[in-house]
Design a protein around this ligand. Structure first.
Ligand SMILES: Nc1ncnc2c1ncn2[C@@H]1O[C@H](COP(=O)(O)OP(=O)(O)OP(=O)(O)O)[C@@H](O)[C@H]1O
Ligand code: SF4
Ligand SMILES: [Mg+2]
Length: 328
C-alpha cells in the first residue's frame, strides 16, 4: 500500500528455549493506512502479540527478529536504536496492553504518569501537560479529574485503569494506536464502554488503530479490515465486508461458524477441532493441514503463499477459490 502509515513485510521472530527454537512469527506482512482500523484475530499462540511486540522493539526474553522490515512513515523501525524507537513509541505510536496493572507504575500518581509521556517526548510544557492530563481524564470518562489526578493505580477499578492507559497512549496524539487485547481483562459492560471510548477517540482524531482481539464481535464491530493469523502466519486479510461475505480460508470459515454455534454470549474464538502447537521447525507445509476439512495431498507438501484473491483480499490457501465458492 503506497500511502500506508505502517508497513510490515516478511517479519520473522524466534525464541530459543533450551535446545529448541520456537518459530513464533513466520513471514508476517501487513499494512495499516492512515485512519484505518485493522483487527488481528486468531487463536492463542498464533503470534499476534509477538508480531506487534517485534515491530515495537518490545520483545522479552530470548525473542529475536531474524528477518523482515517494519516501516513507520518510511522509517525502518527494526534498525532503530533503542532510544530512537522509544521516541517514536509513546509519541507517534501509542500502545495499550491487556493488563494495565503491569503497565502502570504502582508507586506513581495517575496524573503524573499521564504527564510523564508528554514531558519526556517534549510534547508540552509542564503546565500545558497538566491541563491536557485533566482534559484527557475527562475525555476517557474519569469523573472529578483534578482529585483523581492524585490517586494511585490501586485506587482505581480495572476499567478505570484501562481508561488511564488509553489516556496515556493517546496523550501525545499518536498517529497509530496499537492495542493488544485492551478489554479482555474487563467485564462485559466495562468492555463495551472502553470500546465505545476507543471508537469515539478514533473518529475524533482519525488515528489509525491496530487492535488484537480474541473477540470476533469486537473485530467485526470495530474494524475496517480483519487479518487472521495462525501458526505465526497471516492466513487471510480482507476489508470487513469482503471478509464477512466471501471468506476464502478454511480457518476463517471455522472461526466464523464457531461464533454462530456458541452464540453471542460467548464470542471468544474457540473454533475448529484440534489445537495450535508451538512450532519448533519453520512451517514447510500448510500449518493448518491437520485441522482442515479441505486438505489434499499438495497441502502436506507446499507452504501456501499469501496471494491476492480479490480487491485488497489476501489468502494463504492452495484451494482458496474452491473454499470461497463452497462458503458462498
Ligand atoms: N517470551 C517468550 N518466550 C518463549 N516463547 C514465547 C514468548 N512469547 C511468546 N512466545 C511464543 O510465541 C508464540 C506466539 O505467541 P503470542 O504471544 O504472539 O501469541 P498470541 O497470538 O498473542 O496469543 P494470545 O491470544 O494467547 O495472546 C507462542 O508459541 C508462544 O509460546
Ligand atoms: S492449503 Fe490446504 S490444508 Fe491449508 S487451508 Fe488450504 S485447503 Fe486447507
Ligand atoms: Mg497475545
Amino acid at each position: 500500500m503506497a500511502d500506508a502509515l505502517l508497513t510490515v513485510e516478511n517479519l520473522h521472530t524466534e525464541f530459543t528455549r533450551q535446545e529448541d527454537v520456537i518459530y513464533a512469527v513466520n513471514g508476517v506482512s501487513f499494512s495499516v493506512a492512515p485512519g484505518e482500523t485493522l483487527g488481528i484475530v486468531g487463536e492463542s499462540g498464533s503470534g499476534k502479540s509477538v508480531s506487534v511486540l517485534s515491530v515495537l522493539g518490545l520483545l522479552r526474553g530470548s525473542g529475536k527478529v531474524t528477518q523482515g522490515s517494519a516501516k513507520f512513515e518510511g522509517t525502518e523501525l527494526l534498525k532503530l536504536k533503542r532510544r530512537q524507537l522509544e521516541d517514536i513509541r509513546g509519541r507517534d505510536i501509542g500502545v495499550i496492553f491487556q493488563d494495565p496493572m503491569t503497565s502502570l507504575n504502582p508507586t506513581m500518581r495517575i496524573g503524573d504518569q499521564i504527564m510523564e509521556g508528554m514531558l519526556t517526548h517534549h510534547y508540552a510544557s509542564r503546565k500545558a501537560a497538566y491541563n491536557r492530563t485533566i482534559d484527557l481524564l475527562t475525555e476517557v470518562g474519569i469523573p472529578e479529574p483534578t482529585s483523581r489526578f492524585r490517586n494511585y493505580p490501586f485506587e482505581f477499578s480495572g476499567g478505570m485503569r484501562q481508561r488511564v492507559m488509553i489516556a496515556m497512549a493517546i496523550a501525545c496524539e499518536p498517529q497509530l494506536l496499537i492495542a493488544d487485547e485492551p478489554t479482555t481483562a474487563l467485564d462485559v459492560t466495562v468492555q463495551m464502554q472502553v470500546l465505545a471510548l476507543l471508537q469515539k477517540l478514533r473518529q475524533k482524531s482519525r488515528m489509525s488503530v491496530v487492535i488484537i482481539t480474541h473477540d470476533f464481535g469486537v473485530a467485526t464491530n470495530f474494524c475496517d479490515r480483519i487479518m487472521v493469523m495462525y501458526a505465526g502466519k497471516v492466513m487471510e486479510s480482507a476489508p470487513l465486508e469482503e471478509f464477512l461475505k466471501r471468506p476464502a480460508h478454511p480457518y476463517t470459515i471455522g472461526l466464523k461458524a464457531s461464533i454462530i454455534e456458541v452464540g453471542q454470549s460467548n464470542r471468544v474464538l474457540q473454533p475448529i477441532p484440534g489445537t495450535t502447537q508451538q512450532l519448533t521447525e519453520p512451517p514447510r507445509a500448510c500449518p493448518f493441514v491437520d485441522r482442515c476439512a479441505f486438505a489434499q495431498d499438495a497441502c502436506h507438501e507446499e507452504l501456501p503463499e499469501l496471494r491476492s484473491i480479490g480487491s485488497d483480499h489476501l489468502v494463504a490457501c492452495l484451494r482458496a477459490e474452491e473454499v470461497m465458492s463452497h462458503a458462498g
